[in-house]
Design a protein around this ligand. Structure first.
Ligand SMILES: [Zn+2]
Length: 170
């Protein structure tokens, strides 16, 4: 079960967010919140997994950075929304898996197939913490900011009311 450990005001180039750090006894997750979300419907929600390559090394091989920036921008424009950042590199397989999968990806496989070929799960991510945090924030329903429709299915399976999804275009 995720509990709140700390809160602060975070200034970003898109605007200010309330940053809330959660801990479930194993890993930390962070929620960036703008506006009043409690008991609100159609709250913009972005569930974002860590990506060292994009966020630290400015990699141009994936869309993680653009998706984070677009999400922050959309949420600040709407003056309401939540970004949940989960520590799960390489679709939950870890950064080693990502590096080990690259040769298969370069040979033409999708990222999921490349993980499998390298001996990892196609997608080992869990959205349980995200679901717990959305519940703790008392969001009534959300519009999921994602280019991956399966994420809405995963969250609905965790009893989260996903009213709609919105694609993130660059
Ligand atoms: Zn990435």
């Amino acid at each position: 079960m995720n509990i709140r450990l700390a809160e602060r005001e975070l200034k970003t180039k898109f605007g200010n967010f309330r940053e809330i750090l959660y801990y479930d006894g194993q890993s930390e997750s962070i929620a960036l919140v703008t506006g009043d979300v409690e008991a609100q419907e159609n709250v913009f929600c972005r569930i974002h997994s860590s990506c060292i390559s994009a966020h630290v090394f400015n990699s141009i091989e994936c869309e993680c950075r653009e998706e984070m920036e677009t999400s922050q921008s959309l949420i600040e424009q709407k003056e309401q929304g939540i970004i949940i950042y989960l520590e799960q590199e390489g679709k939950g397989n870890g950064h080693l898996a990502l590096m080990a999968s690259i040769e298969h990806k370069q040979a033409g496989l999708s990222q999921s197939e490349a993980y499998k070929k390298a001996g990892y799960e196609a997608d080992a991510r869990s959205f349980r913490s995200a679901a717990e945090i959305l519940t703790e924030l008392k969001v009534k329903s959300g519009v999921l900011l994602t280019n991956n429709a399966k994420k809405a299915v995963d969250l609905r399976n965790l009893a989260i009311n996903v009213a709609d999804t919105k694609e993130l275009k660059n």
